[in-house]
Each structure stands twice: as C-alpha cells, then as structure tokens.
Design a protein around this ligand. Structure first.
Ligand code: C2E
Ligand code: MG
Ligand code: MG
Length: 687
C-alpha cells in the first residue's frame, strides 16, 4: 500500500496552507500597520500644513504691526486676516478704557464679518459692549492674559449678546487679549457657526498675535507721550512756552474773526524766588514752584468756568515765570480780577522743611489791540509791564503802557553795561570814616563801591546795585569789593602804623552772603591779600541776616572765629526782629540814618534811637549811628552813650589817597570838613 507518501503529501499541503495563512495574516497586519502609518503621516502633514499656515498668518500680522503706528489699523488688519484664514464668521475688536481700578473693555467700530447682513444686530450690540473684569469673556481677559475658548456660547453663563448671536447663527467663540507688557490694552473676539473644541496650537498663535498688536499700542502711547512732553513743563505738569505760544497765536487769529472777544496776556513772576533756590536749595525751590503752580491752576480753573470768560489758559514759561491767556468780552476787568485772586492765593506762607517761605508775585498785563502784529509782541509787552510791577513791588500788578518800553530798554542797557564793567573791573572804592563819638577819632572806614562808567561819570551804588542784584552780577562785584577793600586795609596799615586797630568795613549783599562757601571765600581773600582779620569787618543788612537765619547765625559765628567782626547795617529799616538778633553774634548795630535825619534841634524825639541803644546794650552790642550830619546830632548821640558815628560831620566817602589824610583823620579836622559839607553837601559828594 502507498498510504505513507500520501499522508506525507497531505501533511505538506496542510503546512503549506498554514504558512500561507500566516503569511496572509502577516501581510494583512503589515498593510494595516502601513495604512495606519500612512494615516498618521497624513494627519501630521496636514497638521504641519495647518501650523505652517498659522505661522504665515502670524508673520503677516507681525510685519503689518511692525510698520503701523495706529493700533486701530493694526487691529482691523488682524481681524480680517484671522477671520479669513480660519473662515470664521465674525471678528470684533475692543479697547481698554478707564483708569487703573476702573478699567473696562469697550466695544469699537472695528469688526469683520463674512455675512454682514445676518451679523449686523450682533455687531451693533458688540460695538456698545462695556466689559469690566469678571469671570466670563471678554472681561475675564483682565484676569488671565491668554486666549479664552468658548466651545458653545449659549452654554456660557451671562453672555449678554446671546439673542443677537443666535440670530447670526454664531456658536463658538474665542477671545484674544492684546497685551502690552503686563497690561491688557485691548481684545479681539472671533465667532464661528459650529460648536468647536479648542486647539492649543491655535491658542498659542493667537496669543502671539495679541502680543504683536500690543507693540503697536506701546509705540502709539510713546508717541503720544512725546507729543505731550513737548508741550508740557515736566516739573509742574502745566503747559510750557511752546504750548502757550500756540494757544496765544490761535487766540490772536480768532480775535481777528470774532470782534466780541479780546485777548489779554498776563505775565507772573515770583518775587524773591531766586533767593529760595539759592538759600534753601533747588529742591526747596521745586517744591515751592509746584505748590504755587497748583494755587495758580486753581484760580485759573475757577475763572475758566465763568460764563463770560471764553478761555483762561495757564502755562509756565521759565524758572519762576508763569503766563496766563484770557479771552473774554470784558477782558480788562477779568484780567484785574484774576490778578487780584492770584495775589490773594499766593499770600499764605509755605512751610518747606524748617523754613517759612512766601511766594508772592509781580504781575504785568498786556491787552491785545490793533498795534499788535503778532502774539509774540503781546507777550513781550506783558513781560515789560511785569518788570515795571517788580520795580514798584512786591505784589504789584501793572498794565502795559508804551512809556514802559523805554524803562525796559534802559534796564537792559544798564545790565549790558554792567556786565562789561564787571569784565573790566570798572569799579572803585571810596572810604568814609567811622569815628568814636567820645573823642572823634577815626576807628574805621566803610568801603563804599562806585562804578566809574566814563572817566568823568561815576554811578552811585543805589543806581546800579539793584540791577546787579537782579541779574546776579552782585556776586562778582561783591567779591571784587572784598578783595580790593582787604588790599586797601593792608596798604592803610603799612602807612598808618600809629592806628593798629583801624578797620575797613565792607558791605556784603544778600546773594553774596548766602553763597555756600562764603566763609571760605573770605578766608582765601585774607590769605591772598595778607590782611589781618582784625583790619576788616563785614556789614549785613537786617533783611540779609533775617533770610535763612540758621545760615546767618552759623556764618557769623564762623567769621567771628576767624577774627572778623560783623555789624548789622541800616538797623530799623528791616524786620527789626529781636528774636533773631539774639541768635546772631553781631558786634555792632548800625542805626539807620533815617532816624537821625530830621533831628536838628532840641525838639528832636530820640525815643527810637534810645530804644535801640537799650536793646544793643542788653545784647552786648556797640551802637554806631549813621548819617550824622551836624554837631547837634553828634553831641546828642554821644550824650546817650552811642559809641560810634558816621556821617558828613566826620567825613564824606573819599578815594583811598584822601581817606586818611596826613595819618588819620582826627577830631580837629572834622568840624572843618563838616562845615564844608553843610554848606554844599552835593558839591562835596565825590563824583
Ligand atoms: P550804607 O552801607 O548804609 O552806607 C552808607 C551810605 O550813606 C553811603 O551811601 C554813604 O555815602 C551815605 N552817607 C554816609 N554819611 C551820610 C550822611 O551824613 N548823610 C547822608 N545823607 N548820607 C550819608 P552810598 O555810598 O551811596 O551807599 C549807599 C548804599 O549802597 C550803602 O548804604 C550800601 O547799602 C550800599 N553799598 C555801597 N557800597 C556797597 C558795596 O560795596 N557792596 C554792597 N553790597 N553794598 C554797597
Ligand atoms: Mg553799610
Ligand atoms: Mg547803612
């Protein structure tokens, strides 16, 4: 039988079949795997494609944002690009408004829609929306600065635009923040008609788009700030000169067209502000300026609300200079009222640190008229009127008058000449004897400055020192006087050895005395000239001493320590405050000549002089009486115990060569000199 091989054959077939089946299964598995791999690859490719599309979208919006200065244009562009790219039905932009603490998102007119007719009611509702920070979009964007996906807006609690959204067939939404740094500055909302689930990648791209748009907001804000800064005074926040000039020019142009209104310009300059800066420092000056600017602002705001006033505009145009423009049918009256209010509001004292400071002002007003060709001329004349007010000040208001221009020109000329005089040291010192009233011996000489303007023209101190003080030239002039006076002292002592205690008394102006290094300056000049401190004295007026009393007391003490005595000059004409007198170690109190002048015979009332003598005694100070012109005065004052005297009776100011004729002026020469002067005091004055 042949069963063996058949069975074998059958077995082989069986195995073959099984193998085939295995192979088929394997092939099927591989196919499935390949199909799955192909599917995966296709999805990946598709995703990649989608992602690339989104990156291109981001790129387009970024480069538009880079070139744009307008946040609104950039938002409009972005809305359209995003909607078109994703085939979304509606896009709408919101911007942030309100101050911090009350910030909101407000709907705008910027929108995009693929089917406007249907979406219109929804867009109208969106335009009016106001969204405060809250739990649902778009207000929620304030709380989280990342896109918020709402798969189904009807499922969202509190969606106020639901009915109009339904009519437009809208379903899913995404809200995208527009952020600048850490600040939400706007938002975009997009709507589509299908319920949709969020995609992280899309959210990420939208977030980046929002950040790019934020950069446009930042640039625009920066540009706004630059514009604002260009027109604003950074210290007070008031409009600056540029802003004022443009305001006054528009008022000027307007006046040409509307005859009912007239324009006035008011120039306000603080009296003595420089002193605050110089004595208390710039910080104190800034604090004062800010406080005064606020008071002015308040006055201006009050008048600006008046019915018959069209415009009141305040600006700061210089260190302590403010200007106000007024437009009104009754401009003269209003300007006067404003000026009065300003004087009133500036009066209350300011406390800066330990100091009481007052910031009163001089005001000049110019009213527009046919003689003015441009706004600049009006401003200039208000300034001229202010100078006139200052010259008659403090706290004065003057209206411009054409004659004032001449005075202003003269002042300007004087200042220019004075500057030249400082450069060429065109000054000289004259010396007036100070005598001991008991024996009429000359104990000292007061150095008095004169300006030799031309070889035969001498200008007296009262005619140029106020200008020198106003323009700061008093400091170099004062230093020149100190040096020359000290040199003279050295020469006097070289030729008058019999009078070893003779001193030269030098007047020191406020600005000079307030210099931080005044004591060092005096010491340097002593060293430089070789003068003995005993040979020089300094004179301060009461107002100089009373300004910044702490500094005065310290400086006088330091000068005393160096061996220099200090007198208080013109006593009785200033503050005459006993309180500060006690704190300042003056050696001598000089009674002002105004208390002596009228006392010519026995009817004279010496009570004021006696009172001052009494005060000086109690403070341990010597008394020097100024302006003694006749023997009666000299004898009377001596009988009261006044130690020293100065005046025509003892000698007029003389140039150095004549100041101490023949080895010091003595009592025997004095009556003769006095007689000469009494006969012709003017002719005897050195000119
Ligand atoms: P002062 O310091 O009180 O000086 C006295 C002034 O009175 C001097 O006027 C003097 O000539 C004048 N005089 C003196 N005796 C008599 C008199 O018997 N009768 C009258 N009617 N007048 C008399 P001058 O030289 O015109 O100086 C005026 C003021 O100018 C000074 O008053 C002083 O305040 C200031 N001054 C003068 N020189 C300087 C200076 O170098 N520096 C500073 N800062 N001020 C100065
Ligand atoms: Mg003096
Ligand atoms: Mg005096």
């Amino acid at each position: 039988m042949n069963a063996g091989p058949d069975r074998h054959a059958l077995q082989d077939v069986e195995e073959l079949n099984q193998k085939c089946q295995r192979l088929e299964r394997e092939i099927a598995r591989e196919k499935a795997a390949r199909r799955a791999a192909e599917d995966i690859a296709e999805v990946g490719l598709r995703k990649l494609y989608v992602h690339q599309g989104r990156l291109k979208l981001l790129n387009r919006i970024s480069s538009f944002a880079n070139d744009s200065d307008s946040p609104m244009h950039a938002l409009r562009f972005a809305l359209q690009e995003i909607c078109e790219h994703h085939n979304w039905s509606v896009g709408h932009a919101l911007i942030r408004i309100g101050p911090q603490g009350d910030e909101r998102l407000e709907g705008t007119d910027i929108w995009f829609s693929t089917h406007q007719d249907l979406a219109f009611p929804f867009l109208e509702a969106s335009r009016k929306i106001l969204a405060w920070p809250c739990a649902s979009a778009p207000g929620r964007l304030f709380l989280e600065h990342s896109p918020i996906w709402t798969p189904d807006i009807y499922a969202q609690h509190g969606f106020t635009r639901a009915s109009t959204a339904e009519r437009a067939g809208l379903r899913a939404s995404i809200s995208v923040p527009v952020i600048m740094g850490h600040e939400l500055v706007g938002a975009m909302e997009f709507y589509q008609t299908e319920i949709a689930e969020p995609s992280e990648q899309l959210m990420d791209i939208l977030l980046q788009i929002g950040t790019q748009l934020g950069r446009v907001f930042k640039r625009a804000r920066h540009a706004d700030m630059l514009l604002e800064n260009a027109a604003t005074d950074p210290l007070t926040g008031l409009p600056n000169r540029a802003a004022f000039e443009s305001e006054i020019q528009s008022a000027f142009d307007l006046e040409k067209r509307t005859a009912d209104y007239q324009t006035a310009v008011m120039y306000i300059d603080l009296d003595g502000f420089k002193l605050v800066n110089d004595t208390l420092g710039h910080n104190a000056g800034d604090i004062l300026l800010n406080a005064l600017a606020n008071r002015l602002r308040h006055v201006v705001e009050t008048f600006d609300q008046e019915e018959w006033v069209d415009r009141v505009f305040l600006a700061r145009v210089g260190g302590d200079e403010f200007v106000i423009l007024i437009r009104s049918p009754e401009v003269r009256e209003i300007a006067n009222d404003v000026a009065n209010e300003i004087h009133k509001c500036l009066q209350p004292i300011h406390r800066i640190g330990l100091n009481n400071v007052q910031g009163v002002a001089s005001i000049g007003i110019a009213l527009n008229g046919p003689e003015y060709q441009n706004a600049h001329e009006l401003l200039r004349d208000a300034d001229v009127a202010m100078y006139e007010a200052k010259a008659n000040g403090p706290e004065q208001t003057y209206h411009f008058a054409p004659e004032m221009r001449n005075a202003a020109l003269a002042r300007l000329e004087l200042e220019i000449d004075l500057r030249r005089a400082v450069e060429t040291s065109a000054f000289e010192l004259h010396f007036q004897p100070i005598v001991s009233l008991s024996n009429r011996e000359t104990v000292g000489l007061e150095a008095l400055v004169r300006w030799r303007k031309e070889p035969d023209v001498v200008i007296m101190p009262n005619d140029f020192l106020p200008t020198a003080e106003a323009c700061g030239l008093i400091v170099p002039i004062g230093t020149w006087v100190l040096r020359e006076a000290f040199r003279s002292a050295v020469r006097f002592h070289a030729t008058n050895t019999h009078n070893p205690d003779l001193y030269i008394s030098v007047n020191v102006a406020l600005q000079q005395f307030q210099q931080l290094h005044f004591v060092t300056l005096v010491r340097d000049i002593l060293l430089e000239t070789g003068a003995n401190p005993k040979w020089v004295r300094l004179e301060l007026t009461e107002s100089t001493a009373a300004t910044n009393p702490g500094h005065s007391a310290r400086t006088i003490t330091q000068l005393n320590a160096m061996g220099i005595k200090v007198s208080i000059d013109d006593f009785g004409t200033g503050y005459s405050s006993l309180a500060y007198l006690q704190t300042m170690p003056f050696d001598t109190l000089k009674i002002d000549q105004s208390f002596i002048k009228k006392h010519l015979d026995k009817s004279a009332d010496w009570s004021f002089v006696l009172a001052i003598k009494h005060i000086a005694d109690s403070l341990g100070m010597n008394v020097l009486v100024e302006g003694i012109e006749n023997e009666f005065q000299g004898t009377e004052l001596e009988s009261f115990g006044c130690q020293f005297g100065q005046g025509w009776l003892f000698g007029t100011p003389q140039i150095e060569a004549h100041a101490l004729p023949a080895g010091s002026l003595t009592s025997s020469d004095a009556p003769h000199a006095a007689k000469m002067l009494l006969e012709a005091p003017k002719a005897a004055m050195p000119r």
